[in-house]
Design a protein. Sequence first.
Lengths: 308, 568
Amino acid sequence: MYTLKRLLLGLITIWFIATATFFGMHAVPGDPLTTDKALNPTIRENLEEKYGLDKPLGTQYVIYLQNLVQGDFGISFTQENRQVNDIIAEHFPVSATLGILAIVFSAAGGVLWGALTALYRNRLPDTIIMFLVILGISVPSFVVAAIGQLSLVNLNQTAGTSILPVGGWGTIWHMIVPSMVLGLSTMAYLTRLMRSSMLEIVNADYVRTAKAKGVPAPQIFSRHQLRNAILPVITVLGPQIAIITTGGFVVEIIFAIPGLGRYFVQAVQQLDYTVIMGTTVFYGAFLVFMVILVDLIYGFIDPRVRLE
Amino acid sequence: MSEPRIAPDSEAAYAKSAGRQLLIFGLLVVAAIVALMWVLQALAGMVGGSNANAQAINYADQTITIALAEEPPQLDSTRATDASSGMVLGHLMEGLLRMDLNDRLEPAIAERWELTTTQATFWLRKDAKWSDGRPITAHDFSFAWRTVLDPATASRYSFLLYPIKNGRAINEGKLPPDQLGVSTPDDYTVVVELENPTPFFGKMVTFQTYFPLREDFYRSTNGKYGADADKLLSSGPFVATSWVHGASMYLEKNPHYWDRDRVKLNAINIGYITSDTNATLNFFKDNKIAFTTLSAENLREALEQRWHVKREQDGTVFYLEFNHQPNRLTRNKKLRQAMQLVIDMDELVYKVTKLPGYLPGESLFPVWLMGVNDYFRKEYPAPELKLDQDRARQLLAEAKTELGLERWPELVLLSGDNPLSSIQSEWVQGVLKEKLGLELKIDKQIFKQRLEKMHAGDFDMVLGGWGPDYDDPLTFGDLFASWNVQNRGGYASDELDRLVAIAQSSVDTEERMRAFAGIQQIIFDDVVILPMYERGVTYVVHPDLHNVKRRVIGAAVDYTSAYIDRGS
């Protein structure tokens, strides 16, 4: 029942996202047909008719919703012979692969480093890691990506052979560096979160009780401390997954990876209406789904959250 | 493996135990990630990857790897307008005629042709074949051109076919496509009736919009022609055998191409698609691609590597456009002349932007255009401008009186939001303030918004530019005709319109070039615009790759005649 209610709310959210994007997008000056080279009126009319831009906005909206319900996002304005559905279907798996790997890197790394720093609080490992964390959070991804790629070139040049590819996509070797670059800031963020949440729990009553009644140290650490400290990390993981999967466009451009992020950003710049709508609604639905999923997982880890 | 019981209050022992647990956890994570990556690789194999492991040049296979800046939106020759599509289509397709390595017209699918004031006739060679082995016939051209002009196709470049009789009327939906002035007396003859005399029609048919299209194949793609490798049919040197969108494309030598002996490369592997020139420079350094364009930022690095850096112009002209609408101060000619006399484009190009290959703007007509026998700009040099600050101030004072102004209000300079536009507009702002005491407000807008404001005439001055659509001075010459939609400043001059009409319809090359020279003079005398610069391009080619041709029209980088030679 709870799950059903959440799903219904999710659907309403998606409808709201679609509507807001639709009208927001049309409120922006210009349209997909304005380019550097002005179109002569005849050619413009032909294009407007083809894409239905000659109809009133309200009608366009109704047509759009009808198509959306049937899962049809229409034809792209810039890639005139391609369906937006095809664009999403071909490029999202790439972004998702990159994103999943980045999330695994950052979540595992975050928990590990966070626990480590908490354990070595105010000692050298803690200072070093926390310094790196600040760097990781504050250096923007295009700098990290560029430096990452340059180091690969230097690595290959020093080695005299191709150890890791500098860019492109297709094998596991192509994924390693881009996904680490993509996950870096999230990893840094999660490390901080994990560290503070570990420290909060060190002095919690139940930890002291466990110690008092003589529970073995390994069990206190893993069952009482780690398990409870990980909760806030999981809470932010949902939105972070969405941020990582949608925010990969810089990494995608620098490493020449055919992900969806690139199309998303280009579509906004070129006001490619159908691609903007398609990607926004798709990513919106993805985000909503992730949040619901995290809620369910949360209930699984912390029984108190299970409402019914 | 039983854990020793330790006293819980022993902090050190606790840390040690926890540390060991973390270590185990870490190892597990690494193992899990490796396992995950193998799974993902299997999945990635399904969603498609690039051929990104190849070296820049494969000597054994006579194959090169290159990068593209953008994914071609589609390779449908009836619709393509962008540079990436032009580049790939230039390798896959060939039209009736083509330009040789010295930019002269030569026969291609048509072995000879004849052009009169009223019609053009092309005789096709009988050995020209599509990449599936079937002959290329005259119908493939007439079908292609009718498709381009059909309003339902909504081609942005349909206007390029307006020289054909009834072309415009068909595009406007006033006549059915079968009324197009193209006839095919037999399978190997194309006769084109012209709407007006079009002396440059031979050059027009080299362009992608005039490429052939085979009806049965086009229909079999269900509106997705050119969207994927298997939805393409080649008439030219290469065939696309794979196309992973956004990642890679593989072009193999077309065994059915009539002129296959000309093609030395067995394949062109487009291994990367990225607009980041730093990334492509890295690929080039890593010996992964055989060609890269350089940007101003990474040019120095390229020079440090002692590469042979080449510089050229890409054919585009940039200028300061004035608003000539009645309600604008910039309509005053003396004001424009005053600006013309103080803005030094040499300073802009050589001291401010300092970009390699760029030329200071002197004329609306760029240096590469051909005139009667030589370059147009050699036969008709641009009017010489002598900067004169005193005269400029005098003109400005006169303009002020004519306009009845107490003091000059701020003029609005509309500009793009990219770094180069910002530098340029700030430089113009500084020069006008320093030399004329004029205040300029820079209205910086993102791409679409700037276009919208230009379209609405919401500016006094704007940074504009134009790249050629076809290889004739007319592609620049008609820009400021009163009827041109691109003339957003609304300049109108009967004399200029008259000269454009001559250039459009005269068959006497000399007369046409005189008309363009006249247009060049009016643009200068009337200060319709201020030419700023001709854009340059810098690039490096792998030392073992030869005969790579850069073009202003069509494929910007042309590898069709390129060959690999390790010797030099």
